[in-house]
Structure formats: C-alpha cells, structure tokens
Design a protein around this ligand. Structure first.
Ligand code: FES
Length: 70
C-alpha cells in the first residue's frame, strides 16, 4: 500500500498526496486520480469536498498546530 501524506495548510485546505478514495457521510464515493488533492477545510467551497479557493475570499483563518512530541 502506498504512503498517504496529509498536510493541513495554514488558512487553507488539507492537502492529501497519494492514492485516495473519499467517502462522505452519505456514502458518496470520489475516486481521486490526481497525485495531490485539496480538501476544503473552511466550509465555503462550492465544490465540496474539494477546495475551490474560496478560503482566500472569506479570509479563512486556521493556524492550528499539534503539540510537539516530547
Ligand atoms: S479550504 Fe479552500 S475552499 Fe475551503
């Protein structure tokens, strides 16, 4: 199985690199063929679950960090 890398961008989407299948709460499936996909994190995209750039227009702000490992 290939490694999947998820990178939350500051004030933007979650980038997922790797072969992914996205299944929403209603069971709708998106087979993603692109190498990298951006998933909306701001809730404003008209193309959910994908980012359409709206986060910039609505000035979405999220710069969360996980605690550093000791
Ligand atoms: S994160 Fe880009 S449109 Fe929501």
């Amino acid at each position: 199985m290939a490694e999947i890398i998820l990178t939350p961008l500051d004030n933007g989407p979650n980038l997922i690199k790797g072969p992914v299948k996205i299944i929403d709460a209603e069971g709708q499936v998106w087979e993603v063929k692109k190498e990298t996909v951006a998933l909306c994190r701001c809730g404003g995209s008209a193309s959910k679950p994908f980012c359409d750039g709206t986060h910039g227009k609505i000035r979405f702000s999220a710069v969360n960090r996980a605690p550093r490992k000791a």
